[in-house]
Design a protein around this ligand. Structure first.
Ligand code: HEM
Length: 393
């Protein structure tokens, strides 16, 4: 293992793309932390994500259940299961994320986006992450849960605590906080399930309770899994979009002049600054990839963020451009675990950006030294101070 190939080095978290370029030159190799095998070329990433038999999602599950935790229902959630359990569970829950389900949600999501954009437009300087990007996905997720709106900040805190579990070596105090959050979440979701069993409504929990073959533990784990899956990634999609537009004023001007470019913008952000940078797998047998043998039982980090900068697939891959035609996006994964929330996330981003652009004439970064998330899995700014110029000022 070459010690310089460290995915968690501070300079790599600030800008992983030079290391990804290096990794694509030796596409299957071991990296820090922990000697994981990094997969970085487009074709290899697709091959791994498609192959649930030899690349088990238990790799992801293990990272959510480190030795310092006795129990974490997230580790049993859909994205961490393998076939045949995964296939059975996915077929039971996917209806809740179908196009028809989203059509029903669209007007509620638009109303939330407009309310948040309206309050942005009253300000001259904001932290876009805290004041918009975090609130939209957390409030949208709560449309699925149907909890009291006062619970939204708590949902956000729980989501943060869950995503901090993989690859972290927390202090004893932090461990206690995370354990406490897990207990609170379990109490909250158990109470929610009991309540909806007694008085079914139109929300996700009531809908899933109608699926009789879903056990209580499976439902609980599915709900736990939605917090890291549905909040942080979408927060970063919104924040990465605003960051990139601020850095690319010409592209920003094109989108302002023609908001029908927003879906194209979202696809390019998903490729160029992917909010979902990687996932983890565990090999179930020795596997040959790009001429290298990865031994059975190895932890594999599948770098979608690197694959989407692969020149063999995306000419001028390091250029942010609204003029790309075919995207072949891997931001939402590929194969059996392809993101169930992909359509929802795209819709949230589109409605959020439309609401912003109809109220804000222009914006710029207050400062360029941005602190990025410390996760190998999700990438985005922890805070994004923006100076805003509302329309009509
Ligand atoms: C920009 C936002 C999002 C990104 C980048 C993203 C990314 C991903 C990726 C990469 C996977 C596959 C992981 C793997 O193969 O190991 C995944 C799975 C999943 N995502 Fe998303 N996601 C986003 C938003 C959402 C939202 C909003 C929801 C729901 C509220 C959601 C729910 C799920 C679920 C349930 C799975 C598991 C699917 C399965 O294992 O069959 N995601 N997501």
């Amino acid at each position: 293992m070459t010690p310089t190939l460290n995915l968690m080095a501070p300079e790599v978290r600030a800008n992983p793309y030079p290391l990804y370029a290096e990794l694509r030159r030796r596409p299957v190799c071991q990296v820090e932390p922990g000697g994981m095998w990094a997969i970085s070329r487009y074709d290899d990433v697709v091959a791994v994500l498609k192959d649930a038999r030899r690349f088990s999602s238990e790799g992801l599950g293990r990272s959510f259940l480190p030795p310092w935790l006795d129990r974490n229902p997230t580790a049993g959630s859909l994205v961490m299961k393998d076939p045949p359990d995964h296939t059975r569970l996915r077929s039971m829950v996917n209806r809740a994320f179908s196009g028809a389900a989203l059509v029903r949600l669209e007007s509620s999501i638009r109303a939330i986006a407009e309310e948040l954009a309206e309050s942005l437009a009253r300000r001259q300087e904001v932290d876009f992450v805290a004041e918009f990007a975090l609130l939209l996905p957390a409030r949208v997720l709560n449309l699925f849960f149907g909890l009291d709106p006062s619970m939204v900040p708590t949902l956000k805190r729980w989501a943060d605590d869950l995503v901090s579990i993989p690859a972290s070596q927390p202090s004893p105090q932090r461990m206690a906080e995370v354990r406490q959050s897990l207990v609170e979440m379990e109490q909250c979701f158990n109470a929610l399930i009991d309540e909806r069993r007694a008085r079914p409504g139109e929300d996700l929990v009531s809908e899933l309770l109608r699926v009789e073959s879903l056990t209580h533990e499976e439902l609980l784990s599915f709900l736990f899994g939605l917090l890291p899956a549905g909040v942080e990634t979408t927060v970063y999609l919104l924040a990465n979009t605003m960051f990139l537009l601020a850095e690319h004023p010409q592209e920003a001007a094109r989108v302002r002049a023609d908001p029908t470019l927003i879906p194209r913008l979202i696809e390019e952000v998903l490729r160029y600054e992917a909010p979902g940078q990687s996932s983890l797998r565990l090999t179930t047998e020795d596997v040959q990839l790009s001429g290298v043998t990865v031994p059975r039982g190895s932890l594999v980090v599948v770098l979608m963020g690197a694959a989407m900068r692969d020149e063999s697939r995306f000419p001028q891959a390091d250029r942010f451009s609204l003029d790309r035609e075919s995207q072949s996006n891997l931001s939402f994964g590929h194969g059996p675990h392809f993101c169930l929330g992909a359509m929802l996330a795209r819709m949230e981003a589109r409605l959020g950006l439309e609401a912003i652009f109809s109220r804000i004439r222009d914006f710029s970064l207050v400062r360029r030294d941005i602190s990025w998330s410390q996760s190998i899995i999700a990438r985005g700014p922890l805070a994004l101070p923006l100076r805003l110029e509302p329309k009509g000022r």
